[in-house]
Design a protein around this ligand. Structure first.
Ligand code: ATP
Ligand code: MG
Length: 322
C-alpha cells in the first residue's frame, strides 16, 4: 500500500526506495550483530582456556649455566640410574636406566613398542625431568644448564614431528629467515631434491592448502624427508632421529642410510628404528626392553647372546627376508 500511496504521489518514489533499503540493511546488520555476539561468547570460552594455559606455573627447574662452546664437539651425555614415571601413572616408563652416548659415534636404538625409546629422548630434551637419577652433559646435571642453550646442542626429529602450513624453506629453517642455499642442500641430502626441482616456486612453495590455494600436499614419507632436512639444517652437534625412515620407501630408505655417514659426519647420532636390518650396520646397538637397557653391542655380539631380546627381535623380522 505504501507503493500505491507513492504512486498516488503521497511520497516520492526515491524516498520509498531509500527507506526500504535502510530497513532491509538494518535487519541484516542486526542479524549479523546477533551472530557476532554469539561468536564472541564462544570465542571467549576458548580464550579463557588459552589464558588458563598461559597461567600454568612453569614447574621445570630452570638452570642458568651456559654450555661450553667446543670446537671438537666433545659433548658427552650420560644417563645415571634414571627412572621415570609419566605424571599421573604409576608404572615406570624407564627403570634404572644407564646409558652413555659416545661422542662422535652413532648409536642405534631398538626395542618393542612401549619399551621406553621415545621416553628416553623426551628426558634428554627435558620435556620431562627424571623421577629418580640424573642425566649429565660433560659431568654436570642437564637441569643446571640454560635450557635454550642446552637445546642448541640437539637436532631432534620426533616420531610425531609436525610440519607447518608455511613455505617449505621456513619449515626447513624453522624460522622466518631462510638461508636458501643451505635449505636446498639439506633437502637434497634428505632425498627431497628431485621433488623440490618440480616446485615452480622452489623453497617459497607453501605446504598444505590451509593458507595458500597453491600449496602442495606432501605424503608421509616426503614429510619425513622435510623433517630430516630440518634436523640437518640446524647443524647441531648431537642429532637424534626417532623412527627417521618409518614412512620411507625402500629406495629412499637405503639412500638415507647410504648418506647417513656423510650427513652426520662427526656428530654424535642416536637413531631409533624398528627395522633391525637397517640398524645392523651400526656398530653400536642398544636394545630396550620394558624400560630397561638390556643389551648393547654390535649386531654379531648381540645375536651371539643366545636367548636374548635382540635375537628374538631379529628372528621375528628375519623370517620375512629369507
Ligand atoms: N604421555 C604419556 N603419558 C603416560 N604414559 C606414557 C606417555 N607416553 C608414553 N607412555 C608410556 O610409557 C611407556 C614407554 O613409551 P615410549 O613412547 O617411550 O615407547 P617407545 O619405545 O618409543 O615405543 P614405540 O616403539 O611404539 O615408539 C609406554 O608404556 C607408554 O604407554
Ligand atoms: Mg617411540
Amino acid at each position: 500500500s505504501i507503493g500505491l500511496r507513492a504512486l498516488a504521489g503521497m511520497y516520492a518514489i526515491g524516498s520509498v526506495v531509500q527507506y526500504v533499503g535502510a530497513i532491509t540493511s538494518l535487519v541484516d546488520n542486526l542479524t549479523a550483530f546477533v551472530y557476532t555476539c554469539a561468536g564472541l561468547k564462544t570465542n571467549c570460552q576458548y580464550l579463557a582456556q588459552f589464558y588458563e594455559f598461559l597461567d600454568l606455573p612453569d614447574i621445570k627447574y630452570k638452570g642458568s649455566l651456559t654450555t661450553e662452546k667446543r670446537i671438537d664437539n666433545h659433548y658427552e651425555i650420560e644417563f645415571h640410574n634414571v627412572s621415570f614415571k609419566y605424571p599421573g601413572t604409576d608404572t615406570y616408563a624407564l627403570k634404572n636406566f644407564d646409558l652413555k652416548l659416545r661422542v662422535g659415534q652413532r648409536l642405534a636404538v631398538v626395542g618393542m613398542n612401549g619399551s621406553g625409546k621415545t621416553t628416553m629422548i623426551k628426558l634428554l630434551c627435558r620435556l620431562y625431568d627424571p623421577t629418580e637419577g640424573e642425566i649429565t652433559l660433560n659431568g654436570i646435571n642437564i637441569k643446571k644448564y640454560d635450557y635454550a642453550e642446552y637445546m642448541d646442542l640437539f637436532a631432534v626429529v620426533f616420531q610425531d614431528f609436525k610440519l607447518f602450513a608455511l613455505p617449505l624453506g621456513q619449515n626447513v629453517a624453522a624460522a622466518a629467515q631462510v638461508d636458501q642455499e643451505r635449505a636446498a642442500l639439506c633437502l637434497e641430502k634428505a632425498g627431497f631434491g628431485k621433488r623440490l626441482q618440480g616446485f615452480s616456486q622452489g623453497l617459497d612453495t607453501c605446504l598444505y592448502k590451509e593458507f595458500d590455494k597453491e600449496g602442495v600436499e606432501v605424503s608421509g614419507g616426503e614429510a619425513q624427508k622435510i623433517a630430516l632436512a630440518r634436523a640437518l639444517y640446524k647443524d647441531a652437534p648431537i642429532i637424534v632421529l626417532d623412527e627417521p625412515t618409518a614412512a620411507l620407501d625402500p629406495i629412499a630408505e637405503s639412500e638415507v642410510y647410504a648418506k647417513f655417514n656423510e650427513i652426520v659426519k662427526a656428530k654424535t647420532a642416536v637413531y631409533i628404528s624398528h627395522r633391525l636390518s637397517s640398524c645392523r650396520f651400526c656398530d653400536d646397538i642398544a636394545v630396550f626392553h620394558e624400560g630397561r637397557l638390556v643389551q648393547r653391542g654390535n649386531h654379531e655380539q648381540l645375536l651371539g647372546e643366545k636367548g636374548s631380546k635382540y635375537e628374538e627381535l631379529w628372528n621375528a623380522q628375519a623370517q620375512y627376508y629369507q
